[in-house]
Structure formats: structure tokens, C-alpha cells
Design a protein around this ligand. Sequence first.
Ligand SMILES: Cc1cc2nc3c(=O)[nH]c(=O)nc-3n(C[C@H](O)[C@H](O)[C@H](O)COP(=O)(O)O)c2cc1C
Length: 175
Amino acid sequence: MSGSLIIYSSTDGHTKRICEYIINFLHDAKKAKIKSLNEASQVDLSSFDKIIIGASIRYGKHSNELYKFIETNKDMLNKKKSIFFSVNVVARKPEKNTPDTNPYIKKFLKISKWKPSKIGVFAGKVDYPSYGFLDKYVIKFIMFLTKGPTDTSQSYEFTDWSKVEVFAKELDINT
Ligand SMILES: Cc1cc2nc3c(=O)[nH]c(=O)nc-3n(C[C@H](O)[C@H](O)[C@H](O)COP(=O)(O)O)c2cc1C
């Protein structure tokens, strides 16, 4: 049993990018594996000593697949060093960018039967040009309501990569 497994639940790829960034800072980076949630369902979790799951928010929630994965693997996850982080754009607001203040982490902890040993939250990306018509205008409306950017010809990355780096480095120390 050894090494870290990083699992991503990502629709547009940004959470996967964050996972790929985190891996660089792990002491076992060379041995660590990165898998989608789907791929991870075929993996023997017991063969890893640390499991990190990153998941993005879409329309107010983490994916149903994430909760199914947790339900199936909760005993193993609760036994291991296990880390969870959420990616969402509400976290671009300083008052909503910690595990204690981000509404999606609070909701996650209420409904999940997995209690991770460490939790993080990172601001994601709004990539208007890549969205279909409906998503583009719904996101634009949400951004308008929350005083975010509304120019749909642009892409906006809110992720603070130095915060991701600090989080990643802490994984080796505290977990
Ligand atoms: C259709 C859609 C719905 C979204 N809904 C929310 C939301 O309800 N709350 C939020 O904070 N972010 C929301 N986001 C922002 C995503 O969480 C953000 O774009 C994140 O970077 C996506 O990560 P991914 O590429 O790994 O899926 C939404 C994005 C899209 C495209």
C-alpha cells in the first residue's frame, strides 16, 4: 500500500487542472496517480495510502456521481488519509472562500457520509465562449446578480494558484 490517488469530478476540465497542479507538490509526485471519478470506480482504493478528491459545482451542487462514489467507498475513505476540495465560482468572494464559509462545503459536509481529514475550496473559472447558449446566459445572469463579470466574449479564471500550492504542500505535512 503506497502513494497518493487524486480523483477529479470535473465537467469542463478546470478541477482536473487543479488536481494536476496539486500533484506537482506531493512528495510522492512520481508515484501518484490521477483518475476521473469514472476511472476511479475501477481502482482498488485500498492500494493507496492517501486519497484526494476534487469536485466542481454545477447549478448549485456537486455531481450525483460524486455522491454515488462516496456512498460506495465511504468505509475505505473514512479509514484513510482522505482529502476533499470543491471548485466553484462563489469562492471568488473572499468572504466565501474557506471551508467554514463556503456554502457548498457546508452543504457537502451535511449530506456526505465521508468525513475527510482535510478540506479545501478554490475559486474556479468562467469560460463563457465554451458554454452552450443556455449555460452562457444562466451564468451571465448569476454573475450579474453577484457582481461578477458579464462579458460573454471573455474567459475569467478566478483560481488563486498560490493558495492551491499552499494547500498541496500542507497535504504532506498535516495528513
Ligand atoms: C453550467 C454551469 C453551472 C455552474 N453553476 C455554479 C454554481 O451554481 N455555483 C458556483 O459557485 N459555480 C458554478 N459554476 C462554476 C463552476 O463551478 C466553475 O466554472 C468551475 O471552474 C468548473 O469546474 P470544472 O471545469 O472542473 O467543471 C457553474 C459553471 C457552469 C458551466
